[in-house]
Design a protein around this ligand. Structure first.
Ligand code: T4K
Length: 373
């Protein structure tokens, strides 16, 4: 095999044309408005509202604080229970815990690794106030089933849609499901604003309070109505977001092309299970390239083998959250067999705009070589 030692990481941020970004930078220099809901912030908010086809957008400095703001908005009684998935990034569970609420873990489905909607009802108690599912890797949860459970029990649904930018279900933007959806615009996401996040929702009465919460609870110069945080997105972040939003079509096409190449090359390997979530019902965003390896031993072996060849894949999401040092004592008794096994077998392969099909071929050649041994 030809030796190519250029490192390939799991992801690489998309960067717009420097010239285009510089035009926004010139504008910032001229206006000397750097943060606190400036012109670019407001333009970005409007553009996102249109792109996501949703009633309201509240921009934030990152996705995690957006989740905390959304949880705070509902003023849940401290200690109340929130049903969520253990198969996610630390942020989802930490946001619940840091809000003084109790995460209750529900197992996931092997078919797409999202929360198992058939296991939610058995976890509902008098203390349950909300469901916080994750559209993990951009795979949409069963939004209809979750909505009907929430309606039946009077629960709030807050989606962690960190990975689900541009996903559509039943022809509708995913931002229209649940009470609020949180999107992350971190540099590692298919669409980013360096760091950044947004809350998307259709109830306009949430806007005033969320906008106050992200700015210390300040209503105007003489009135501070809420105990708020500082979670404001600045003008440089908004500039990057505005630049990148124009490239979405190109970004999605490129990621689809990469995904199809991986499928073509890997689907015949019996030790590897891939995911197909796009359908008549679902427009997917190709945000990640997760695969399940047949055993944990092979997952670890393949991870190391690829690293030896300068290919740095990731185990998103291992360990599952209920096994973190900070949570495991609380969840000893909780059985989450599908999440546990998926965490033991998952690998996310490199996918990013700049990744060439030759790079994909190189990754797949090494994967094939590993399984030949
Ligand atoms: N909910 C979910 C489900 C999430 O996945 C996340 C974030 C959140 C909530 C919270 O949203 P934010 O508050 O972050 O907006 C990364 C990201 O930092 C994190 O945003 C993301 N999820 C998580 C899944 O992945 P790390 O620690 O794995 O990233 P890191 O720094 O190891 O980067 C991965 C690879 O990307 C590197 O190997 C190289 C490349 N890279 C990264 C950065 C930052 C670059 O080439 N350039 C860069 O600037 O967490």
């Amino acid at each position: 095999m030809e030796k190519n030692n250029t490192p390939i990481y799991v992801t690489k941020p998309y960067l717009p044309e420097k010239e285009k970004f510089n035009q926004y930078i010139d504008f910032i220099w001229e206006s000397c408005s750097l943060t606190n809901q400036g012109t670019l912030h407001n333009d970005f908010q409007d553009s996102l509202r249109e792109y996501l086809n949703v009633g309201n957008i509240t921009l934030t400095v990152n996705g995690h604080l957006a989740l905390e703001l959304a949880l705070r908005m509902f003023d849940f009684e401290q200690g109340s229970e929130v049903i969520t998935t253990p198969f996610t990034f630390a942020s989802t569970t930490h946001a619940i815990t840091l809000s003084g609420l109790k995460p209750v873990f529900c197992d996931i489905k092997e078919s797409d690794l999202t929360i198992d909607e058939n296991k939610i009802e058995e976890l509902i108690t008098e203390q349950t106030v909300a469901i916080l599912p994750v559209h993990v890797y951009g795979h949409p949860c069963n939004v209809e089933a979750i909505e009907s459970i929430a309606k039946k029990y009077g629960l709030i649904v807050l989606y962690d849609a960190a990975h689900a930018f541009a996903v559509k279900v039943n022809g509708k933007s995913i931002a229209n499901y649940g009470d609020i959806s949180m999107f992350s615009f971190h540099a590692t996401k298919l669409f980013h604003s360096i760091e950044g996040g947004a809350l998307a929702y259709n109830k306009s009465e949430y806007a005033e309070i969320l906008n106050a919460y992200k700015n210390f609870g300040i209503m105007d110069e003489e009135h501070v109505e809420y105990v708020g945080r500082n979670a404001k997105m600045n003008e440089f972040q908004a500039a990057m977001g505005l630049c990148n939003l124009d490239s979405m079509e190109d970004i999605l096409l490129k990621r689809k092309e990469i995904t199809l190449r991986y499928r073509e090359l890997l689907e015949s390997i019996p030790e590897i299970q891939m995911f197909h979530v796009e359908s008549d019902k679902t427009e997917y965003n190709y945000a990640y390239l997760p695969v399940l390896i047949n055993t944990k031993e092979n997952r670890e072996g393949l991870y190391d083998f690829l690293a030896e060849h300068n290919i740095f894949v990731r185990k998103y999401f291992y360990p599952i959250v209920s096994d973190y040092e900070c949570y495991k004592d609380l969840y000893n008794e909780v059985k989450l067999p599908v999440a546990q096994e998926s965490g033991d077998r998952v690998l996310t392969l490199p996918i990013y705009h700049e990744l060439s099909l030759e790079d994909v071929d190189r990754v797949c050649l090494f994967i094939k070589e590993y399984f030949k041994k």
